[in-house]
Design a binder for this molecule. Structure first.
Ligand SMILES: [Zn+2]
Length: 461
């Protein structure tokens, strides 16, 4: 063996890993049933360790020093409230100042010979794509968490599963793949999205291999159901899906495929946080790996249980790039730490209930309306004015970008076509553009009556 290389299988003590984070189904006989005292004791020990590691990272050290916070001073979980949180804006600034990785990473590619690692980026976002470096431990621990969530949603060891997420720079498809392969012994059909493997072929493969689940957005799964019907295949009786780990229109998904859909929550940098149990009274947070808090969107003050605010997430399982008090600006609330009807004391949170800012998730891509405005207003024909609407059409989310132009009405169609092409190029998904005369957007933007013009309206029910 060449000197000095530490291979991925040597970089992780798998016995220690599975003791700390039991994979399914063992998880449901062990950690899942921990009482509150055990849960909180584990969290405190892990959060102290994570704080020490995070403090070695310039991004955290700078912010904590400025706030006068010493990570050695953590004595109880309540001390977390003393630690400043950060948001996606702070990460963006870190990347701008230290491209391309920012200074929030806990490991560096220069160390890869000793510390094997992977890099993934936040979904083709309209802002800067946020990279995260993961050590082998982080991938393995993270995929255990994902495997638990997939198990809770009905996937069983040995199942064949279609993975129709995009295998790209984004984490999603790989997280699922690693969870299914490493911890559930599932046979994964790596179809990728409909542009990689046609919808018809996805249905054919699902039938031929008896797939138990098709991992993708709820919207795309519903389009696959339409495609199946076109092919003379009944989505409920011919496709034999036993799990619906898809986020979307729950009632429609359940009616279409005849199997329960459980809600879940997670995001790029930390992977899978919480999943609903059959009691359907909230999403159980994986508390051996996360602490989830809720703060007021405007003031940042901690909110009591039950009140809707922005989620602040601290992961407790990584060894690479920390996420310590990350204010993700997703809105939800916490249930009190009581025992659930299912028997678990793992704390529950409400479902994702919108954004604290204007971000819209469009076919897996995070889109900020303000960024769409920045793109369209670079066009010569377009004035500074714009307005974005999110609508729901034919079981999918769409965004309509409205712009104004001084040009004659006969030129509007041409401007529209150019802008639609430009947006598709820049962001990778399709947007509709509407071109109108100057002043037409004033009732929407309230530009003449409001100190801060409005740029966005969510018209999805
Ligand atoms: Zn439960």
């Amino acid at each position: 063996m060449p000197q000095g290389i530490r291979r991925p299988h040597e970089a992780v003590d798998y016995n220690a890993l599975t003791r700390m984070y039991p994979p399914p189904p063992e998880y449901f006989e062990t950690t899942w049933l921990d009482d509150r005292e055990t849960i909180e004791a584990k969290q405190l020990a892990r959060v102290k360790d994570r704080a020490t590691r995070a403090y070695r990272v310039p991004f955290f050290r700078r912010r904590w020093d400025a706030a006068g916070f010493d990570p050695r001073s953590i004595e109880s979980l309540a001390d977390l409230d003393r630690i400043p949180f950060y948001s996606v804006d702070d990460i963006r600034k870190s990347i701008e100042a230290h491209p391309p990785l920012g200074d929030y990473q806990g490991v560096h590619p220069d160390d890869a010979v000793r510390e094997p690692m992977r890099v993934f980026m936040s979904g083709g976002t309209t802002g800067t794509s946020r990279p995260t470096l993961y050590t082998t431990w982080d991938r393995m621990a993270g995929s255990i968490l994902t495997a638990r969530a997939l198990y809770m949603q009905g996937i069983r060891p040995g199942d064949t599963v279609l993975n129709a997420w995009a295998y790209s720079t984004h984490n999603g498809a790989f997280s699922m793949d690693e969870a299914l392969y490493n911890w559930l012994n599932c046979v994964v059909l790596t179809t990728g999205t409909g542009t990689v493997t046609s919808s018809q072929r996805q249905i054919e493969l699902a039938i031929q291999y008896g797939a138990k689940a098709i991992l993708t957005t709820g919207d795309y799964l519903l389009r696959l159901a339409d495609k199946a019907r076109e092919m003379g295949i009944d989505p409920k009786n011919d496709l034999k899906l036993c799990a619906l780990p898809n986020i979307g229109d729950r009632e429609l998904l359940e009616a279409t495929f005849g199997t329960p859909n459980y809600q879940s929550y997670g995001f790029h940098e930390v992977q899978w946080i919480a999943t609903e149990c059959p009691a359907r009274q909230g999403l159980h947070i994986q508390e051996d790996a996360f602490i989830v808090q809720v703060v007021d969107v405007d003031t940042g003050e901690p909110l009591p249980d039950g009140e809707l605010g922005s989620l602040v997430v601290t992961e407790l399982y990584k060894t690479g790039s920390p996420q310590f008090r990350y204010n993700i600006m997703d809105l939800s609330y916490l249930h009190p730490p009581e025992r659930c009807a299912c028997g678990s004391w793992q704390r529950r949170m409400g479902p994702f209930s919108g954004r604290g800012d204007n971000m819209v998730k469009l076919r897996g891509v995070n889109v900020w309306p303000e960024a769409l405005g920045e793109i369209v207003t670079t066009h010569d024909a377009v004035t500074e004015d714009y307005f974005v609407r999110a609508v729901r059409e034919n079981n999918r989310d769409e965004m309509i970008v409205m712009v104004t132009t001084e040009r004659a009405a006969s030129d509007h169609d041409g401007v529209r076509d150019e802008l639609e092409t430009l947006l598709k190029e820049k962001i990778g998904v399709k947007f509709s553009v509407e071109v109108v005369a100057p002043g037409s957007l004033d009732p929407l933007t309230e530009i003449k009556t409001s100190p801060k013009p409005k740029r966005f309206r969510d018209e999805r029910s």
